[in-house]
Design a binder for this molecule. Structure first.
Ligand code: NAP
Length: 288
């Protein structure tokens, strides 16, 4: 994986924008359409969905309707979706085909196993591991057929990553995990670097809570940028792709203005020093 200022090249040869649009909690056709319209206008070219967000069909429909209005085609956008934990294992092929059918965009640019665990299995159940392997084999097959242009995982720990890399035919192109100044994921980033796996951030704004952090506010004042831009810039300046979500057109536009300023080394260090292992999302680390 190599990176340019606005995109990263995944090792499957697929180019992915550093800035993507998060769609979690956008569900109704009206909300999805309004947000996608604002996002396309603001310059977002990547969209992050998942089977469990229950918005794959709405996202596909909105894109098909809005791309021509913005002078764009299917090839101009990068769509990510994810296999739900209810479909881990023997149902994985069916689950991925369901995502392809709901999105109805011909192919999916990047498809991820959403969580290392399987719904209704205890986190200590050894069958989780076999299910992960079976899911990955299904994704490999659909990748070989050209239906999933790149495949990867989400919420995997270093141990899950090593397990996958040791057993797979096609290595994961990307790992999507929670990442922000309060949760820097140093070990996971090292594992990704070691195996050439793109490391992607979610919840960069701490689900909205980090924009009021005193250090973030101070850096924001220094560089005359919004707290959200500071948090997102902190990640992309390290080559880490981001997926801010907003339903507000002004914030959608604001969050996309990341490539016309630089944070000083001092501000980058001050933000990174906030790392305290604080998560805003659910923890996947105990799944075997
Ligand atoms: P996030 O992007 O960190 O924060 C979203 C929240 O911040 C929303 O409540 C939003 O409210 C608010 N917000 C957005 N822009 C803002 C701004 N400029 N100033 C102040 N507040 C702002 O959280 P997230 O949705 O958890 O993560 C982003 C995306 O990552 C998701 O949508 C999803 O696509 C992906 N994700 C993946 C996983 C996974 O397990 N793989 C887990 C979590 C998230 P408004 O909508 O009102 O603006």
């Amino acid at each position: 994986m190599s990176s340019s200022s606005h995109s990263v090249l995944l090792k499957t040869g697929v180019q992915m924008p550093l800035l993507g649009f998060g769609t979690y909690k956008l569900v109704s056709p009206e909300d999805v359409s309004r947000a996608v319209d604002a996002a396309l206008l603001a310059g977002y070219r990547a969209f992050d969905s998942a089977a469990v967000y229950l918005n794959e069909a709405e996202l596909g429909r909105a894109l098909k309707q809005l791309l021509p209005k913005h002078g764009l085609t299917r090839e101009d956008v990068f769509i990510t979706s994810k296999l739900g934990s209810k479909d881990q294992g023997e149902r994985a092929m069916e689950g991925a085909l369901h995502s392809l059918s709901d999105l109805d965009m011909g192919y999916i640019d990047l498809y991820l196993i959403h969580w290392p665990g399987t719904l209704d299995l205890e986190i200590t159940d050894p069958r989780n591991s076999g299910n992960r392997a079976e899911s990955w084999a299904a994704l490999e097959e659909l990748h070989a057929q050209g239906k999933l242009k790149a495949i990867g995982v989400s919420n995997y720990t270093p141990a899950h990553m090593r397990e996958l890399i040791q057993s797979c035919k096609i290595p994961p192109a990307l790992l999507q995990v929670e990442f922000h100044p309060k949760f820097c994921q140093t070990e996971l980033r090292k594992v990704c670097e070691e195996y050439g796996v793109c490391f992607q951030a979610y919840s960069s704004l701490g689900k909205g809570d980090l924009v009021t952090d005193p250090v973030v506010l101070e850096v924001s004042k220094n560089c005359e940028r919004t707290p959200a831009q500071v948090l997102l810039r902190w990640a992309v300046q390290q080559g880490v792709p981001v997926l801010p979500k907003s339903s507000n057109p002004d914030r959608i536009k604001d969050n996309a203005r990341l490539f016309d300023f630089t944070l000083s080394d001092r501000d980058m260090d001050r933000l990174s020093a906030l790392d305290c292992g604080h998560k805003f999302c659910r923890d996947a680390s105990q799944v075997v």
